[in-house]
Structure formats: structure tokens, C-alpha cells
Design a protein around this ligand. Structure first.
Ligand code: TYD
Length: 311
């Protein structure tokens, strides 16, 4: 994750690299641009237009040291009566996968909710763009619904997924240091087996994202039992069904939920702090091994689901 970026106004010198970002038909449409007439001149007009209208707040994402242009992040259709705006981001290919998009998004959300005093930031994305959707979910945006086959683009009708973030949801993300359910991940460990049998290795900070301070395991629970039913303020976990199977329901404090099947001994479920978890549907032979980033401390457990959702 790179924090060394800043948001600044668009300058004329950004035009060539801006052209690269906005020449994609879909992105162009978010900026109300005619994709058939995108060239350097239209970029100069776009930059000039961006300085004068209260309808948009468009920022270049730049390297804080070199001022290199990395992409654009914007609020379009700002409506101060409704306190809403549409969020758009486009990064140069070379600037993708470094965490710049996340930092730029957090900066523009801060500006949206704390400077412009908006209540709602929203956007849509092509339903098939799973990489972008994963990114938006990681940022904390909440899925609202789908417009099926809504636009004709790239020679076919395509569906759009709509996302939003309300001010109270943003405040919740900022204040509680909570995690998103989209940060919960299945990790596949390598089998190091041979004809003598299998072997799986888990090493703190190597193939799971924390140092292991504590190990416990749960067995003898049957298919009717639900265990867990709590969130932890500080502990992260990795859960592995070293024998048998179980399911884990993970919920974040925005109420987003995901269910994971633990059905192989070389699969671990990484759960960051502040995720509600229910473990259930245990097979009779289930042995659920849990690796934790912290020593046991009963006071860091949140055992009331209602309290958890209020965080
Ligand atoms: P509990 O958290 O209810 O288990 P689960 O989440 O699997 O349903 O823990 C059961 C008991 O064990 C409870 O009295 C606390 C105690 N305990 C420890 O002393 N140390 C630990 O590391 C854990 C996980 C639990």
C-alpha cells in the first residue's frame, strides 16, 4: 500500500496521460465524454472545464515526490441539495496494483463527507468487471442492486451494478477501525506430500498475514451446534479444518455477510479483526484448528451482535 500520493487539480501538462486514462469507452461515459472524439484537444477542454464548474470535483492522482500523473479520481454530478455525488476513478495501467486507487478513494471520500458535507456517494460499474467490484467492496462501498442489460457498449447489452457509501457508513469505517467481510479470504496452502502422505506448512507472516501467538482447536461439536458468535476487537484468525468439515459465516459491521466452506486440510480461512463469526455445520469428525494473532483476552470479545452492528 502506497501512501505517497496526493490529489491536486488537473493541469494542462496532464493531458497526454489523461488521454490514456479516458480513452476507454466506459470510463469516458462516466465523465460525460463522447468516446468518438477523445483526443488531446478534448483533454485540454476537459481540464479547463474541470476548473470552472461546481458540478464536478476532479483531481489528478499524483506521486507526492515527482508529481507524476497516476490517474484521475472525481466526483461527478455533485448535487448539494441532495448532498450526493457520483464517484469515478481511473488509473493508468502502470499505476495499478500498488494500492494507489485505495488511498485516492479514501482521500476523495474524506473530501466528500467532511469538506463537501455530502450524505451519499454512489457509482455504477459493469457487472462483469469483477476486479473492479472486488476493489470497491474492499473500500467499503455497499452493493445496492443491478440494472440488467442496461447499456449497449462494446457491441453488446451490458448490466451495471450500483454501489453507494452513506456518510454514516463512512464514519463507521473510519472510527471503529473495522474490517470488511471482503477482507476475509480463503488461503490455499501448498501440499508438500509424497507417497508417504501429505504435509501442510503454515508460517506466520509467510503464508498467513500475521505472527501466530496462540493455537486452539475445536472438536466434538455436531451439525446442530453454532460456535463462535462473537467478534474480536484485536485478534485476527486463520481457521483450518484439519479433519472433517465445517462452515464459517463471516459478517462485517455494515451487515455484509459471506459463508465459507472449510472442507480440505490445506485450506485456511483468514479472518481479520472485527469480523463477526459463526462456526457451524460441523461434521462429526471435524477438528477445526484456529491460529490467532493474539493471546487470549476475554475482554476483547464482542458477544452481542446488536452491539457489534452499532460499531
Ligand atoms: P468460546 O470463545 O466460547 O469458544 P468458541 O468461540 O469456539 O465457541 O470459548 C470457550 C471457553 O474457552 C470460554 O470459557 C473461554 C475459553 N477460552 C480460553 O480460555 N482461551 C482461548 O484461547 C479460547 C478460544 C477460549
Amino acid at each position: 500500500m502506497k501512501n505517497n500520493i496526493s490529489l491536486r487539480s488537473l493541469y494542462k501538462k496532464d493531458a497526454p496521460l489523461l488521454l490514456e486514462c479516458l480513452s476507454n469507452t466506459t470510463i469516458a461515459s462516466y465523465f460525460h465524454l463522447d468516446s468518438n472524439h477523445i483526443n488531446l484537444d478534448s483533454m485540454y477542454n476537459f481540464i479547463q472545464d474541470s476548473q470552472v464548474t461546481p458540478l464536478y470535483s476532479r483531481f489528478a492522482i499524483t506521486d507526492i515526490e515527482t508529481d507524476e500523473y497516476l490517474g484521475i479520481v472525481s466526483l461527478e454530478n455533485i448535487n448539494l441539495s441532495n448532498k450526493s455525488a457520483e464517484y469515478v476513478i481511473s488509473l493508468r495501467k502502470e499505476a495499478q496494483a500498488f494500492g494507489y486507487g485505495y488511498v485516492a478513494t479514501m482521500k476523495i471520500l474524506e473530501y466528500s463527507f467532511n469538506t463537501l458535507d455530502l450524505q451519499r456517494v454512489y457509482f455504477n460499474v459493469l457487472s462483469k468487471n469483477e476486479t473492479a467490484i472486488n476493489f470497491f467492496e474492499r473500500c467499503g462501498f455497499v452493493y445496492e442492486g443491478e440494472f440488467s442489460e442496461h447499456i449497449f457498449i462494446q457491441n453488446e447489452f451490458q448490466s451495471l451494478k450500483w454501489f453507494r457509501l452513506m456518510k454514516h457508513e463512512y464514519d463507521k469505517i473510519m472510527m471503529s477501525g473495522t474490517s470488511s467481510v471482503y477482507d476475509v479470504k480463503l488461503i490455499e496452502f501448498a501440499h508438500l506430500g509424497d507417497d508417504r502422505g501429505q504435509l501442510v506448512v503454515v508460517e506466520g507472516r509467510h503464508n498467513i498475514p500475521f505472527d501466530i501467538k496462540r493455537i486452539f482447536y475445536i472438536y466434538g461439536s455436531d451439525s446442530k451446534v453454532v460456535r463462535g458468535q462473537h467478534a474480536n476487537r484485536h485478534s485476527a484468525f486463520c481457521m483450518i479444518n484439519v479433519r472433517g468439515t465445517s462452515k464459517i459465516r463471516a459478517i462485517d459491521c455494515n451487515g455484509n455477510e459471506k459463508v465459507f466452506n472449510l472442507d480440505r486440510p490445506n485450506i485456511g480461512l483468514y479472518l481479520p479483526k472485527m469480523i463477526w463469526k459463526d462456526m457451524y455445520d460441523f461434521s462429526s469428525d471435524s477438528v477445526l484448528l484456529v491460529l490467532s494473532s493474539e493471546y487470549y483476552d476475554g475482554s476483547e470479545y464482542i458477544r452481542s451482535y446488536d452491539d457489534f452492528l452499532l460499531l
